[in-house]
Ligand binder design. Structure first.
Ligand SMILES: [Zn+2]
Ligand SMILES: [Zn+2]
Length: 376
């Protein structure tokens, strides 16, 4: 491909400004970057935080999108994965520094630069941006290393995972964030046994992925909690043994103790809502483990009865991106789907990119769990 390359992207120019396709220019491909032509991108709540301008580290204008799937169009001269070729179909996940101790141990979600790199959305080498507007204004264009709400993007090499199923790119695009976050939490960290109970708060794509993983492990009790009945119906279809609409429930913790006969062994919060996190930790059973896996608002606090937490021998974890190592975990999830044990097709709906506002509205209303945008 010839540079400078003109393409288009859903650039967020100002907080809350409507999503509009805007021409952007990529001047060059750096040695550690891969040029990807997007075919699909999942829509995640974190993209809406970019749209609201709610991520202080991410200056606007910026291009959201962090569940990209597409085709490699060029490869930088120093990209370390020599097995990648132009024309490969790929899924995109988060980025890392590739140099720190956790990175060298393949504990990628523990990369010391994880938060800065994924949210700052600039190049690792010099902090520049890989894209600009026609008038020269820099655009933050490596959100999670990829900014996949662009027709073509120069992505950081660490994001790229090859996808051997070109026909399933749409369905597999959310593997890079939402699906691996929920499923990885259950399969990589909590590792519950069949005789355990789990409560999942928030039945969005992350909560659904956690639920599907729990159903795959055939847990005795899987309790789905949300405030939208439509989502709880989906939870039942995905294997929830109990559902709880928590709106109007006086004590959610008490209700969960009743359902699970003393409190669950495991609980996962995908909402990031501080009050829900309090309910999760408060309602946990003796020796239980709670995991916070949805981003809470910056600066928010929770209250906790630390004495009862201590005497009940509880655990409370923060788990980022399901603690997954995408190059091996995403293929594992794809295999599970192909065996019929990770039925993501029940929750995905594809929209043409121009209909992003419809996709956002339907996701917010709980009509669709995981919208996937298609570059038509
Ligand atoms: Zn690192
Ligand atoms: Zn996400």
């Amino acid at each position: 491909m010839e540079f400078p390359l003109e393409t288009e992207a859903l650039v967020v120019m100002a907080p809350g400004a409507p999503f509009t396709l805007t021409p952007v220019v990529i001047d060059e491909l750096r040695p550690d970057e891969v040029l990807v032509e997007m075919k699909y991108s999942g829509l995640c709540h974190t993209d809406l935080l970019v749209h609201k301008g709610a991520l202080p580290i991410l200056e606007l204008p910026a291009i959201p999108g962090h569940e990209g799937a597409g085709i490699i169009r060029a490869i930088g001269s120093e990209v370390r994965d020599r097995s990648l070729s132009v024309g490969d179909y790929v899924l995109l996940s988060f980025t890392v520094c590739g140099k720190c101790a956790p990175c060298s141990e393949k504990r990628l979600t523990k990369c010391v630069a994880h938060t800065r790199l994924n949210f700052q959305s600039t190049r690792q080498s010099d902090g520049s941006t890989s894209a600009r507007l026609r008038d020269g204004t820099p655009v933050r264009s490596q959100f999670f290393g990829q900014s996949s709400f662009a027709r073509v993007s120069a992505v950081q090499e660490h994001c790229v995972v090859r996808c051997p199923y070109p026909d399933e790119l749409a369905l597999y695009s959310p593997m890079g964030c939402g699906f691996q976050t929920g499923a990885g939490t259950v399969l990589n960290i909590l590792k519950p046994k069949e005789y355990h109970s789990i409560v999942i708060f928030g039945i969005g794509s992350v909560g659904c992925a956690a639920l599907m993983a729990a159903a795959h492990l055939q847990l005795k009790q899987i309790v789905a909690v949300d405030i939208v009945d439509r989502k709880l119906n989906i939870a039942r279809q995905l294997g929830a043994t109990h559902t709880l609409n928590s709106s109007g429930v006086e004590s959610v913790a008490e209700e969960l103790r009743r359902i699970t006969n003393g409190g669950p062994n495991f609980a996962v919060d995908s909402t990031g809502v501080p009050r829900v996190i309090e309910q999760m930790v408060g309602g946990l059973g003796f020796g239980g483990t709670a995991a916070s896996i949805g981003a809470p608002p910056v600066g928010s606090k929770i209250q906790m009865d630390v004495a009862s937490f201590f005497y009940a021998n509880k655990n409370f974890l923060s788990i980022i991106e399901g603690d997954s190592y995408p190059p091996t975990f995403i293929p594992e999830l794809i295999d599970l789907h192909r065996q019929g044990r990770f039925p993501i097709d029940k929750i995905c709906k594809v929209y043409p990119i121009k209909d992003i506002d419809v996709a956002v509205a339907e996701m917010k209303a709980g009509e669709v769990i995981k919208p996937v945008l298609e570059w038509t």
